[in-house]
Design a protein around this ligand. Structure first.
Ligand code: ZN
Length: 464
């Protein structure tokens, strides 16, 4: 049997597809990834059905949905079910050398090697060169993997953190998309952000003192993408100069998107709006995956593992919930499920149903934004999902709710397992609190950031 291809999977955290130039963003944020996409296939409608991080990666890395993984919450308790195999376990089983960089949690099970990098807060300069830190950790390991790849193909999983807050790209990227005065006193756009008590101490720990302009923060997010894009080119170069790029399946995917100034979800990734559900997916593997192709059919995280196994000619007897994307690439099938079940369980516990025309969101308990318990959007006429149509379209709410409930019943029957979002106990991390009874309780209970630490950083920054 011919040697199997290497696999490099970049699972970028919090990357908005719509903020990448290859997905049509007006800023030129991803020149290197754009070029990479031209030599591979780009998927325009890939969705993260189960946000946020923990549940999304669980689906991306197993080929299963939330019913099979039973992982639905950010703060998932316990390991992944033994019956579910991770991509690392499958590949290791057929002789791959497997390395994971910068990722943990239930679906990180089964790698031979785990490496960490500093992918969070600022360094001594006040900026956070996350992707360069990732490269410093990854490049020696990549060379080791390539050195022995004649005997053993490798699987390298990289979890980039640059688009995840804090958005602190180093120079020149912090000014690449912003040339104004971020502390202009006449700008009031940051007032609602800084008065949102659950997050304001966290924001104060990394945003500039006196920040008034939301566009500065958005430009930091975009700058972080552009910075990461340049650093990713270093990885493409390393694969190319060692002569293994074309015998490696290289994938760029995202776990979920990001809510910047949208829906009052303030620079995070909660809310079942399309900004969090829509993720980038680009696959490059010359010979098997066409160059310059754009696929417009719907697909989800659960389809990635079956796709990679088919491209690598690896057979398993696992019955994945997802399907290989190769028939979508060839045009044999136009689309996979265009309507699907969606869940979130980080700051709010909600589920819903998305079709190409409609989005239904149903709260399972009151949320800390004081949002209505049911939301309905027409995503064709109102793609930004700003006008809740619950009152005017109760018939549509009923139809979507019925389809959602039927799907839940069907999946519970097929898996013999309960819908995990219904039994999450203290999903918010506050022991013994249980489901919130009111939005006030949720608002007063949940919080990130340390007020003392935030005050200290602000004072330090003022002294400088
Ligand atoms: Zn994430």
């Amino acid at each position: 049997m011919a040697k199997q291809p290497n696999i490099v999977l970049m699972g970028v955290d919090s990357l908005l597809a719509t903020h990448m130039s290859c997905y049509g963003y007006h800023r030129h944020t991803t020149p290197h990834i754009d070029k990479f996409a031209e030599s591979g296939t780009l998927f325009e409608k890939t969705y993260s059905a189960h946000i946020p991080t923990t549940s999304a990666y669980a689906s991306m890395l197993t080929g299963m949905d939330t019913f099979s993984t039973q992982v639905v919450a950010l703060r998932h308790q316990g390991p992944l079910r033994e019956e579910v195999k991770t991509l690392a376990e499958i590949l290791k089983g057929v002789g791959y050398d497997t390395t994971c960089v910068g990722f943990g949690g239930p679906s990180a099970r089964g790698f031979d090697t785990y490496l960490e990098f500093s992918g969070w807060g600022p360094d001594d300069t006040g900026r956070s060169p996350k992707a360069e830190n990732l490269n410093k950790t990854t490049l020696p390991e990549l060379n080791r993997l390539i050195d022995q790849s004649d005997e053993k193909p490798f699987f390298l999983f990289l979890r980039h953190m640059d688009p995840h807050s804090p958005y602190l790209p180093p120079a020149p990227y912090e000014r690449m998309f912003y040339h104004g005065d971020e502390c202009d006193p006449s700008n009031k756009s940051m007032e609602p952000v800084m008065s949102f008590k659950p997050f304001c101490d966290y924001f104060a720990s990394w945003m500039p003192v006196g920040i008034t302009d939301k566009d500065y923060v958005i430009a930091q997010y975009d700058g972080a993408i552009a910075y990461m894009d340049a650093c990713i080119q270093t990885l493409f170069n390393a694969l190319e100069t060692r002569g293994v790029l074309d015998e490696t399946i290289v994938i760029i995917n995202g776990d979920h998107g990001e809510t910047l100034y949208d829906h009052e979800c303030w620079f995070d990734h909660h809310g079942l709006y399309d900004v969090t559900l829509h993720v980038p997916l680009i696959i490059r593997y010359p010979g098997r995956v066409p160059a310059g192709k754009r696929v417009s059919g719907y697909n989800q995280h659960k389809d990635l593992v079956p796709t990679l196994l088919e491209l690598a000619d690896i057979e398993t007897d696992i019955a994945f919930d997802g399907d290989s994307l190769t028939p979508l690439i060839s045009g044999e099938i136009a689309s996979y499920d265009s309507e699907f079940y969606i869940t979130e369980c980080t700051w709010m516990r909600k589920h819903g149903w998305r079709t190409p025309e409609w989005k239904l969101i149903v709260a399972l308990e009151p949320d800390f934004h004081f949002k209505p318990p049911v939301e309905l959007y027409n995503i064709i006429q109102d793609p930004d999902e700003n006008e809740n149509l619950v009152e005017t379209h109760p018939d549509i709410v009923n139809v979507l709710e019925t389809r959602m409930k039927n799907w839940i019943l069907q999946r519970e029957k097929e898996t013999g397992l309960p819908n995990p979002i219904m039994n999450q106990g203290d999903w918010h991390g506050h022991k013994g609190v249980g489901p919130f009874k009111s939005s006030e309780q949720a608002y007063d209970t949940m919080h990130i950031g340390n007020p003392g630490e935030a005050a200290r950083l602000q004072a330090k920054s003022r002294d400088e």
